[in-house]
Design a protein around this ligand. Structure first.
Ligand code: PLP
Length: 397
């Protein structure tokens, strides 16, 4: 018999996955080209050339024990961590060294390592809705409690700091922000971050304990029109950054990312060491070794931002001209749209009639909205417009 805790998690397990499986079923029935699957954040643009070249270079030049053996440190290869630290310093004017970087199994692995290291049972972790639904599972994995700041549709989904402040309690151990945001595409600017950090500092002083700011950044490289994504360690000492190469290099199945744990974090040594041990006991042992070496060789590589931007604008303009109420995304590769009826799940089910697969906003803590992942082929977006038109007509838009 499976555990009670897991029974609950299975029951709540991702609507997004279910939708993806539905996509495969519809593709079998109608042909892949006739299904408009906007359900999953799986990049369709190929990995940059540096990834293939990096694999070839690594397997050609590193001895088998180095490349395929257990890492000497569970934190990952020293040379890889050093290269990442230098690359961050160049880009963000920071002062990291290898000791500040811990290689992880994607952002998901990194978040789990961080949360396992800091949470005691009943500790609270605050997130801003809409948020990546897996945060709830990750926090509850370690018997923490997820506390949700309600969504702010009236403010283009930029969260309300007033509402946030009301939810901070002596049990607040961390907050997670995701910039650029999945599912809205909102980018929080430096002013917002400054205000947020001032609030956190105030409560840290009042409660006399740390409140960690965890920055989940798989979409950092996907910012359009040169909007700046602030680097959070510059604003707040107790910051942990979780980065992933899943989206920036189109390699989500390879499972590679890293945590940044700056020297300024309270009790840095203790926290870093806890994260190293958590990497081991969660069963990761170390991040995939070949991929660590590949990302070291791909730090200058760029994803095809123009590809996503063309998708973004085509979809946004297309849906808007049909009368849908859409939020123009500034980053990531998702578009958040108001359902034309109150029950967005019914709208999602109706969209399926036209072979359009999208995800209900309630999966992200924002009912009444839907998420459309536009990391698909451009043709999918173009060819879907007829289907969207029929869907709009159902609601007299
Ligand atoms: N965080 C957010 C906001 C995401 O959207 C995702 C994946 O879609 C993840 C974390 C997990 O990413 P990774 O593949 O790096 O584990």
């Amino acid at each position: 018999m499976i555990s009670k805790k897991m029974t609950k998690m299975v029951a709540n397990s991702s609507a997004i996955r279910a939708m993806f499986e539905e996509g495969n079923r519809l593709a079998k029935e109608y042909g892949r080209e006739n299904v408009f699957d906007f359900s999953l954040g799986n990049p369709s643009t190929p990995a940059p050339i540096e990834v293939n070249d990096g694999i070839i270079d690594a397997v050609s030049n590193l001895d088998s024990m180095t490349l395929h053996g257990y890492n000497n440190s569970n934190a990952g290869f020293e040379d890889v961590r050093d290269a990442i630290a230098k690359s961050l310093n160049k880009r963000f004017d920071t002062y990291f060294e290898a000791r500040n970087i811990l290689m992880t199994v994607g952002a998901a692995g990194g978040l789990n390592v961080a949360l396992k290291s800091i949470l005691d049972p009943e500790d609270e972790v605050i997130v801003f809705a809409p948020y990546f639904g897996e945060y709830k599972n990750y926090v509850e994995n370690y018997d923490g409690v997820l506390v949700t700041v309600p969504p702010c549709p009236g403010n283009g989904f930029v969260p309300s700091l007033e509402e946030f402040e009301k939810l901070i309690t002596p049990k607040t151990k961390a907050i997670i922000i995701n910039n650029p945001n999945n599912p809205t595409g909102v980018i929080l600017n430096a002013e917002f971050i400054k205000n947020l950090c001032a609030i956190l500092r105030g409560f840290e002083a009042r409660f006399e304990h740390e409140i960690y700011l965890i920055s989940d950044e798989p979409y950092r490289e996907l910012a359009y029109e040169e909007v700046e994504v602030p680097y959070l360690t510059k604003y707040y000492a107790n910051t942990i950054v979780g980065y992933s190469f899943s989206k920036s290099l189109s390699i989500p199945g390879e499972r590679i990312g890293y945590l940044v744990i700056p020297d300024e974090v309270k009790d840095y040594d203790e926290l870093f060491n806890a994260c190293v041990v958590a990497t081991r006991i969660l069963g990761f042992v170390n991040a995939p070794t070949l991929l660590q070496q590949v990302v070291k060789r791909s730090l200058e590589a760029k994803t095809d931002l123009e590809f996503y931007d063309r998708n973004r604008l085509t979809l946004y303009e297309g849906l808007e001209s049909l009368g849908f109420d859409v939020i123009k995304p500034q980053g990531a590769f998702y578009l958040f749209m108001k359902a034309p009826i109150a029950d967005e799940k019914e709208f999602v089910a109706n969209a399926k009639k036209y072979n359009i697969l999208i995800v209900p906003g309630s999966s992200f803590g924002a009912p009444g909205y839907v998420r459309i992942a536009y990391c698909v082929a451009f043709e999918t977006i173009k060819n879907s417009m007829e289907a969207w038109k029929k869907l709009a007509a159902d609601y007299n838009l």
